[in-house]
Ligand binder design. Structure first.
Ligand SMILES: NC(=O)c1ccc[n+]([C@@H]2O[C@H](COP(=O)([O-])OP(=O)(O)OC[C@H]3O[C@@H](n4cnc5c(N)ncnc54)[C@H](OP(=O)(O)O)[C@@H]3O)[C@@H](O)[C@H]2O)c1
Length: 328
């Protein structure tokens, strides 16, 4: 099979090489001896792959390795007892190995691809939506009718968080950096959009009548203190990622004075040992897809050979929605 490997830790342009490899066996490191083999039609490109080209992600396989955390494709084979079978269209989270013509995923991380979603959308369905659901509901303790502020609102996690929040009955506000990103955030369901280079914290407080209930923050950096200031009493700021570059520090007196929470949401660390939680979140994402709320926005498509271009788009802050490699 054709695949893209990370062969050095020198950043997206120079780290990648295209190779021919044998097809993988039907086994996954999370479920040794068992695995669903998927004919990959589209591979999702995400921030972890970008960080892996620099050795900056927490998952650091020996070089060379095939990156790619999730795919949309067709089941080639599935173990006895799996809920999918040969020929099914699926969205699958494989964690590694997705930038290839064939990939393997644990069976609890393989979900039927709902009618109306194409393979590229399937390649954007697990990492972002499960993370967004976990951040909003499991960790953020979302209650129906609350107001949710989403940073990086036109990005992969951001658009997923907006769609899920709308599906769960929230009022939503997105923070973005450009006109094009504002358009994408509105398409994803933002009721209001404010600009990251403006007085967004004050605008958010005004739009929300004094403060929001939840902030979903995949950006971090120097926005974090204003995230806390944008919360109402009892509000929760959920830490999801640090695309802004720096890891913010919190003066915890702010939490005390305003009776607010700063909450970490590490989806993988929480769910990898809990297949039941994965299935429960998958069922909720599936329900919201069936109701028409979950519709991954594919912002850019590249052929597999151009994986470096796809990663550079993320690196340059140019991506909207999900970036996808079309493998077939
Ligand atoms: N906690 C978890 O379990 C978990 C799971 C999945 C992903 N993540 C993390 O979540 C983060 C977001 O992932 P994503 O796939 O949504 O990324 P993405 O699609 O690239 O979106 C990230 C957004 O961050 C904003 N941003 C601000 N400063 C940036 C900069 N210097 N470079 C790039 N983007 C910048 C951009 O929005 P504006 O230009 O509008 O500001 C961009 O749209 C990543 O850090 C990822 O590792 C965490």
């Amino acid at each position: 099979m054709r695949a893209i490997q990370i062969a050095a830790l020198t950043g997206p342009r120079d780290a990648l090489r295209e190779v021919e490899l044998p097809d993988p066996e039907a086994t996954h490191f999370m479920t040794p001896g068992r695995g669903v083999v998927v004919e990959v039609h589209a591979a999702g490109v995400s921030f972890p792959e970008l960080l892996q080209t620099r050795g900056e992600y927490q998952v650091k396989p020996d070089l060379p390795f095939v990156p790619g955390s999730e795919v949309g494709g067709v089941v080639v084979s599935a173990p006895n007892g799996a809920e999918v079978s040969e020929g099914d269209r699926v969205a699958a989270f494989c964690m590694l190995g997705g930038f290839a013509e064939t990939a393997v995923a644990p069976e609890h991380f393989v979900f039927p691809l709902y009618d109306g979603l194409d393979f590229a959308q399937g390649a954007g369905l697990v990492l972002n939506y499960h993370t967004a659901y976990f951040s909003l509901v499991t960790r953020g303790r979302y209650a129906p009718g609350e107001t949710v502020l989403v940073q990086g609102a036109a990005g992969g996690v951001g658009t997923a968080a907006l769609q899920l929040a709308k599906g769960l009955g929230a009022r939503t506000i997105g923070v973005v950096s450009s006109d094009e990103k504002e358009r994408v955030a509105r398409e994803a369901g933002a009721d209001e959009v404010v600009r990251s280079d403006g007085a967004w914290k004050d605008e958010v407080k005004e739009l929300s009548g004094g403060g929001v209930d939840i902030v979903i923050d995949p950006v971090g950096g120097d926005r974090f203190t204003d995230n806390l200031r944008a919360l109402r009493e009892g509000g929760r700021c959920v830490v999801v990622g640090f695309t802004g570059g720096s890891i913010p520090e919190v003066r915890v007196n702010r939490l005390l004075l305003n009776n607010i929470d700063a909450v970490g949401a590490g989806w993988g660390a929480y769910v990898f040992s809990k297949p039941d939680v994965v299935s429960a979140i998958g069922a909720e994402v599936g329900r919201l897809a069936a109701e028409g709320f979950v519709r991954p926005i594919v912002g850019a498509r590249f052929p597999l050979s151009d994986a470096a271009d796809a990663l550079e788009l993320l690196d340059s802050r140019g991506a909207t929605g999900k970036v996808v490699l079309e493998v077939r």
